[in-house]
Design a protein around this ligand. Structure first.
Ligand code: NAD
Length: 470
């Protein structure tokens, strides 16, 4: 798959626009190739093509859809190397982490397209039958953020297509490249108009959420944007799934002696929605735990993700870099104590690098605890009473994930049962799978993606009352 030129994919044609723009390689601030800036006319064309494709596709069987999706997954696997390289250059994550994301994409297609969608017979007597069945919605717009541009686009494509819908993908303007190539690669496997991709500037998302020809928005991104998306969708009562930001707590009990937990805070330069962002450590082990965590995180190499052994790449874009610098400035303005890092890293290449930072026991009301950092800056806090740490862990308006760590499984699950978040892990903090629903409580989202529940979010429920004789 050649990755030098990038086009919109409309009705299985590669199209260009008069105006173009480009992303930036965050490791060196160099421009990546030009991509289209879609206009309202491009959106109208794509929506019309999607509506045309939907008519026939909605009547195909799950077996036919699964066969097309499986062939598509094979093609992604065959082009994994090109996707991996493109992903690192556009997103910044190290090649090894890019490889994992690309591998997950085909795994998600296969996993999602083997889930059975039930048809429920609610009542059946001699003369009457009542059925609940699920029907596709129509045209889905998939709005994708810049942190996992491959996996999150593919999750939405696979769910939409498998349930009988057409899909238009809108990647983030910061990371449009893999999304455009995913749609280009889809063209031999799906009818024209079924899987399309439009790249654009900040005006494109609202064009999609406002469009009367689109039936559902599947949105992954920040909480403030999610609120705007929902407000816009209310005008046409579009279906909406919102996967939003999180500020996940992890509660470490006094019998825990793991230092590699740092991995779960610094993957993808800490720009993952569900990862440990507030670490609560029992006071009786706090000092030893912190020392070991600092020693471990010091071993994680920072640099350009295309180089060997790098674990922490740059943060993804200039805006995020500025936000991270602002957060680092709270170390002095809010009198915080860094146990590690605390500054931006020198970069001769002009990349957006930050030293992994650990803040030693900041107050609960400090910005670094209250706000999702989305940069490698981790607050570690002490706790002593179980009820108190549960209250602090649940105190925020976010509720995406949380975890509890202990050798005492009963104790860990007792605490886990009280967590207010869409996912709760015991002795882990990252497990996801295509057949397991994922979503947020409170302001971390609405609805779920993946699993049967995720697939049903791409369907209308229909109840049929069938009287057998007249
Ligand atoms: P963002 O909200 O800025 O942008 C997300 C997408 O929405 C982009 O494609 C953007 O172009 C588009 N967009 C922006 N304004 C829009 C509007 N008014 N209407 C429609 N679309 C619009 O988010 P981001 O900075 O790209 O991503 C980071 C955020 O995403 C973090 O908060 C992170 O926690 C969250 N996230 C959540 C999940 C999850 O599954 N819950 C997964 C990944 C990321």
């Amino acid at each position: 798959m050649p990755c030098q030129t990038f086009h919109n994919v409309i009705n299985n044609q590669l199209t260009s626009t008069v105006t173009t723009r480009h992303g930036i390689n965050p490791a060196n601030s160099q421009p990546n190739p030009d991509v289209p800036v879609s206009t309202p006319e491009d959106v109208n064309q794509a929506v019309q093509a999607a509506r045309d494709a939907f008519g026939k596709w909605s009547k195909t069987s799950f077996t036919e859809r699964r066969a097309c999706l499986t062939a598509y997954a094979d093609a992604i696997e065959a082009n994994a190397e090109a996707f991996k390289q493109t992903l690192t250059v556009e997103q910044g994550k190290p090649l090894s982490q890019a490889a994992t994301e690309v591998a997950m994409a085909s795994q998600w297609i296969r996993g999602l397209s083997t889930i059975e969608i039930p048809q429920n017979v609610i009542a059946e007597t001699e003369d009457r039958k009542v059925i609940q069945r699920y029907m596709p919605l129509g045209v889905v717009a998939a709005i994708v953020p810049w942190n996992f541009p491959v996996l999150l686009a593919i999750g939405k494509i696979a769910q939409a297509v498998y349930t009988g819908n057409a899909v238009i993908v809108k990647p983030s303007p910061f990371t449009p490249y893999c999304g455009l190539k995913l749609a280009e690669l889809a063209t031999p496997f799906f009818p024209p108009g079924l899987v399309q991709c439009l790249s654009g500037d900040d005006s494109l998302g609202p064009m999609l959420t406002e469009h009367p020809g689109i039936d559902k928005i599947s949105f992954t991104g920040s909480t403030p944007t999610g609120k705007r998306v929902m407000a816009s969708c209310s005008k046409t009562l579009k279906r909406v799934t919102l996967e939003l930001g999180g500020n996940d707590p992890a509660i470490i009990c006094d019998d825990v002696d793991i230092d590699a937990i740092g991995i779960l805070s610094y993957l993808c330069s800490s720009q993952v929605c569900m990862m440990i962002k507030r670490l609560y450590v029992h006071e009786s082990i706090y000092n030893t735990f912190l020392d070991r965590l600092v020693a471990f995180v010091k071993t994680l190499k920072v640099g350009d993700g295309t180089e060997a052994d790098i674990f922490i790449g740059p943060v993804q874009n200039a805006m995020q870099f500025e936000k991270a610098k602002e957060l680092l400035s709270t170390i002095s303005s809010q009198k915080l104590k860094p146990a590690l890092g605390g500054s931006v890293a020198d970069s001769t290449a002009g990349g957006y690098f930050i030293h992994p930072t650990i803040i030693d026991n900041p107050p609960e009301d400090s910005t670094v605890v209250q706000e999702e950092p989305f940069a490698p800056i981790l607050p570690v806090m002490k706790w002593s009473e179980e009820a108190d740490v549960i209250q602090r862990a649940n105190a925020l308006q976010t509720g995406l994930g949380s975890s509890v760590w202990s050798k005492d499984f009963e104790r860990a699950t007792r605490i886990a049962d009280q967590m207010q978040s869409g996912s709760v892990w015991v002795n882990s903090h990252f497990d996801v799978a295509p057949d397991v629903p994922f979503g947020g409580h409170k302001q971390s989202g609405m609805g779920v993606e993946w699993g049967l529940a995720g697939l049903l979010g791409y369907c209308n429920s229909q109840t049929q009352w069938l009287k057998k004789c007249l």
